[in-house]
Design a protein around this ligand. Sequence first.
Ligand code: 5U1
Length: 686
Amino acid sequence: MQQDLFAANASEQAERTDWRERAAWLSSEINRHNYAYYVLDAPTIPDVEYDRLFGELLVLEKAHPELVTPESPTQRVGGAPLAEFTQVMHSVPMLSLANAFGDEDAVSFDRRVCEGLMLERVEYNAELKFDGLAINLRYQDGILTQAATRGDGETGEDVTANIRTVRAIPLRLNTLLPPKVLDVRGEVLMYRADFDRMNARQREAGQKEFANPRNAAAGSLRQLAPRITAQRPLRFFAYGIGALDGADMPQTHSGLLDWYVSLGISVCNERAVVSGVDGLLEFFRQIGAKRDSLPYDIDGVVYKVNNLTQQQMLGFVTRAPRFAIAHKFPAQEALTVVLDIEVQVGRTGAITPVARLAPVFVSGVTVTNATLHNEDEIRRKDIRIGDTVIVRRAGDVIPEVVAHVPEMRPQDAREFAMPSVCPVCGSPIIKQEDEAIARCSGGWVRCAAQRKAGLQHFASRKAMDIEGLGDQLIEQLVDKNMVATAADLYRLEQPALAGLDRMADKSAQNVLNALEQSKSTTLARFLYSLGIRHVGESTAKTLASHFGGLDALARATVEELQAVPDVGPVVAQSIRQYLSDPLNLSMISQLRSAGVVWAEGEPAAAKPQPLQGKTFVLTGTLPALTREQATEMIEAAGGKVAGSVSKKTHFVVSGHEAGSKLAKAQALGITILDEAALLELLQKSQ
Ligand code: 5U1
């Protein structure tokens, strides 16, 4: 009896090991086929066979849930919808690239690089500039743990649940010895053929079609429901690195890309290591010739100094590296006819003439409108209604009318006349002598167009970020007199919202939830959202940190405002004017009463700024502080942190595995601090 029991246990055990082995084999087969299909573009099995393997794994995991691992290919299908995307701070900022718009710019780039490195000739890695969406993939011990969009370069959005559905992105790295942390950077995009098929499906289902593959990729990634993202055919190409811990950094950029390939990460094959500017321009010409036959959209090529130590030596300027540049293809142009010229009224009443065009296809989208900027521009280009014109579209930029074709002008072509009154509210249109732009004088009190544009700005992502409060909803709210100012938004009630066109109980509730959530904000966002003329995102940030609180800002005189970095007389006057208007003050007070809050800080002027005027460079890994913490502490004491060492650097803070920056600092005789010395300096200067 005892023996029988033992035999039964043993056979059960063997069976269990069999399932485990079978599940592991199925997972690895499916991953291998995913890689072949989505990364190598070389399918290895027919779709039915793939579906059979996948189905078998699903059945096995259903019967034995203990076999399911987070990295199983079945776990890509997308979980529950998210309420919102949380913010992720990038541990190494995601930079952007400077642009070269012609061969001369590329030649100048190479000259700057050669001078910076004191070399005659430099080796570069040349690759493609994808028209997609930049992303950071964090792998910890080889497992994909987080994916974040670029955002403003410092902070992005957590899109991990969506990225897990992208089969071109491995959930586990193909190595037995993975780094502790690896941040892979690259672009999520959609192939043109996949995009066409997806749009056809959307059309059949009566759903919204996307304008181009880039918008489709971006829209798919910013879906709160990962199950929808899972149905979107997204791809990925890696081209950069953020944090790396627990592995040696390769010596070259091409070596980094080769390493990625060995880890099973998708890297585009259209890349080359070339020498000197002639090598760069030859690559540009070759790619230009095959651009239309590539399966995805690109808007240029990227050149990077190949040697990573040389990259470090060159460093950065503000947000872009000196070691790389994007050489853009010329903007695409097309001919079409101006059917009419109408005017649009913006948030500050600015009147912009817009050409209504016969639909024309330019670089991937159908263009029907193009900005004409202002009346002077129309006169300068002599654009008339009925003219055949050249329309240009470059990347994501709003299409513009470049010129008219004189020999195609019809006899009855009509000149544009700027209306004397606003087409929306009937108030006089006024043009100040020193301004190119004419404005509706109605202000938001009288002009519904200004109210709508102001509310769109208030709700936008970089302002109060009110998800679901889109242009069409704002249009209805203003037209039905349900909302006049931003404060009215917070008085909206569910039944009234749900009764609007294209709204229902659930969508109305979602908007109310988003409004509720937006109440907790930052002073910088709040200031930006007010739409004060000349106060963009960056000025709003500077004002917030300079004054610390809204009341101090509201009390500031024009002279005090001008003492703020980057605030000149025009900006100071505009802020003073906005904050002296009783209507604006009342709206701000209503917003605060509605519960809009932010943390107020100490005004910069009141904080001690002992390191004012001192520039620091950080290199290597510090024992306790992260790079962000060290930067924050230096900046809080008034110091600046730069990306590269120069004669103007005062201190270099050096940690473990410090690179060429340390050597350069030593050569220049700059004071080197370790973490302890930095902390001591910060403490002493308190
Ligand atoms: N191919 C490529 N695209 N792209 C975009 N490389 C590349 N590098 C970039 C960007 C923004 O940034 C570097 C600074 C990593």
